[in-house]
Write a protein that binds this ligand. Structure first.
Ligand SMILES: [Zn+2]
Length: 95
């Protein structure tokens, strides 16, 4: 059984993603990480910036809450809540 490889969100890149850019999301019933992008090591900067601007224009419905966007270490097959948040990296890229 092989899981589908998630690639970097940069349009010109075909590398597998090693980072997931996501924000904690809840609709009052379920909690998960809403994904705003995936990045390889080379494109973390631009993909994070794109994700931040998409987060700004994302309007949650009344039932939804969307938290602050963050960088998570992406490991295929792991559940959202098992992913490690890389706060130190976020500080490097936050605008
Ligand atoms: Zn890339």
């Amino acid at each position: 059984m092989s899981s589908k490889t998630v690639c970097c969100s940069d349009p010109s890149c075909t590398e597998p993603a090693v980072y997931k850019i996501a924000a904690p999301w809840s609709n009052g019933v379920f909690n998960e990480l809403k994904s705003f992008g995936f990045a390889c090591a080379d494109h973390l900067g631009p993909v994070f910036k794109q994700a931040e601007s998409r987060r700004k224009v994302y309007h949650p419905t009344e039932a939804e809450t969307v938290g602050v966007i963050g960088i998570y270490k992406y490991e295929p097959g792991k559940r959202d809540r098992q992913l490690q948040r890389l706060s130190g990296l976020e500080n490097n890229y936050r605008s």
